[in-house]
Design a protein around this ligand. Structure first.
Ligand SMILES: [Ca+2]
Ligand SMILES: [Ca+2]
Length: 211
């Protein structure tokens, strides 16, 4: 009798604890530097170029610095696309180019129970992150407006081609027409879903499953 009561009691206690709503894990943010001029603020879908240093909160060990390790280059990623840990997606919104933030990220929004490489399981991480540049993401409304040269809300093959040429030249590649033709054909094969020869705004911004 006592035993069954005890087991009932423990079970219900367990259920209560399990059923209790745990607070959503939060990223702690601290602005370390804010530039005087701010032309635009980062939002989901933007591409960000960042330099960062990451530390373990427990003992202050630095596990990575983009300025010191690897090719010492800042890194690009798309905000809000799960390309980075959740703590970054949450903590790097509304930032200006040139802004520096300190983020304290609980394990649930970083590498969790598993850890990763030099990061032990259940680690709270501290990042010092500087945004070097903000660009329109590949699927943004702004990119579409930029590509749609005649403002008819659809992209012709010619418009896509001109955009590709501009982008390639911006990054120092020579304009190679045949290559661009092939790329345009590839893009239309994937993006022009109704096959009318134009990429509509809806076709452009629609998130495909693989993205
Ligand atoms: Ca157009
Ligand atoms: Ca179409």
């Amino acid at each position: 009798m006592l035993l069954s009561f005890l087991s009932w009691f423990c079970t219900s206690l367990f259920l209560n604890v399990r059923g209790a709503k745990l607070p959503e894990p939060e990223v702690k943010m601290e602005v370390l530097h804010k530039p005087l001029l701010c032309h635009r603020k980062s939002k989901y879908g933007d591409m960000l170029l960042v330099h960062y240093e990451g530390f373990l909160e427990s003992n202050g060990t630095m596990f990575h610095s983009s300025r010191v390790h690897g090719d010492k280059q800042p890194v690009w990623f798309t905000l809000g696309n799960r390309e980075v840990i959740k703590g970054w997606d949450k903590g790097l919104q509304n930032m200006c180019a040139g802004e520096r933030r300190k983020l304290t990220v609980p394990p649930a929004l970083a590498y969790g129970k598993e850890g990763k490489g030099k990061i032990p399981p259940e680690s709270t991480l501290v990042f010092d992150i500087e945004i070097m540049e903000i660009r329109n993401g590949p699927r943004s409304h702004e990119s579409f407006r930029e590509m749609d040269l005649n403002d008819d809300w659809k992209l012709s093959k010619q418009e896509v081609k001109e955009y590709l040429q501009k982008e390639f030249e911006k990054h120092g590649y020579s304009a190679n027409d045949t290559h661009h033709e092939e790329m345009v054909e590839d893009i239309f094969k994937n993006e022009d879903e109704d096959g009318d020869g134009y990429i509509s705004a809806r076709e452009f911004t629609f998130q495909h499953d693989e993205l």
